[in-house]
Ligand binder design. Structure first.
Ligand SMILES: C[S@@+](CC[C@H](N)C(=O)[O-])C[C@H]1O[C@@H](n2cnc3c(N)ncnc32)[C@H](O)[C@@H]1O
Length: 213
């Protein structure tokens, strides 16, 4: 997936398609996580979450892994003076070497849906190894409700979104991954979640259960 071509328009395409709904999902648990000190953000995009996070969190240090140079440029510009608190790694998160047990907050907004279930499972296990024993994990995603009329129109909309990203960025996957089992298998439990647009969009806050002595 190469987002360089759409990076400058990404924000406007999003607002035109979903209004401020994705923004609300990203920021849903922002206040609850602003006390984190060592933060890992994967696929940050154009830096809107990062800028909001820095406005609230005065002492955090962030590592961000992102494959799009253009997204990184936009995110650094948006971070302003706080840019000294973020290190961007221009790398594929599937291959990037992460340290062990160091991050107390992981952030993946609309990122896991770029991967198949198998890829997301591998990613989650690698990221979990880099997470501290009591780490939290903040997630926003598209979501497919299982019941009711919503499952039909959400399925169609999700197909259109995947087609758009396939055509504009070369995204290879075409369906939402099942990532929750992998989070549970790595010691996380979902503490809070919130949906909107009939369940099409979801924010989740996962917490790691400490299995120390
Ligand atoms: C759908 S966009 C989401 C951007 C942003 N997080 C948001 O909330 O809108 C996915 C982002 O992940 C980045 N990305 C995709 N695959 C990646 C990978 N394997 N490693 C790191 N970043 C990746 C893309 O460049 C893009 O910025």
């Amino acid at each position: 997936m190469n987002c360089d071509r759409i990076a400058r328009w990404y924000r406007w395409l999003e607002y035109a398609s979903f209004g401020r709904a994705l923004e609300r999902r990203r920021l849903e648990y922002l206040a609850a996580t602003a006390d984190a000190r060592r933060v890992l953000i994967l696929g940050e995009g154009d830096g809107r979450f990062l800028a909001a996070f820095f406005r609230l969190s005065k002492y955090s240090v962030v590592d961000a892994v992102e494959t799009s140079r253009e997204m990184i440029r936009l995110a650094l510009a948006r971070a302003g003076m706080a840019r000294r608190r973020v290190t961007f790694h221009h790398a594929d998160a599937r291959l990037f070497a992460l340290g062990e047990g160091q991050y107390d907050l992981i952030v993946t907004h609309f990122f896991l849906d770029c991967f198949s279930t198998e890829e997301s499972r591998c990613l989650i296990s690698r990221i979990s190894a880099a997470a501290a024993p009591r780490a939290r994990w903040l997630i926003s995603e598209f979501h497919q409700p299982y019941k009711g009329f919503a499952r039909y129109w959400t399925a169609s909309l999700i197909r259109v979104c995947y087609l758009f990203f396939r055509l504009t960025t070369g995204l290879e996957t075409s369906q939402l991954p099942e990532y929750r089992e992998a989070l549970r298998a790595n010691g996380f439990r979902r503490a809070h979640h919130q949906t909107e647009r009939g369940g099409l969009l979801i924010s989740e806050l996962w917490e790691r259960e400490w299995r120390g002595l």
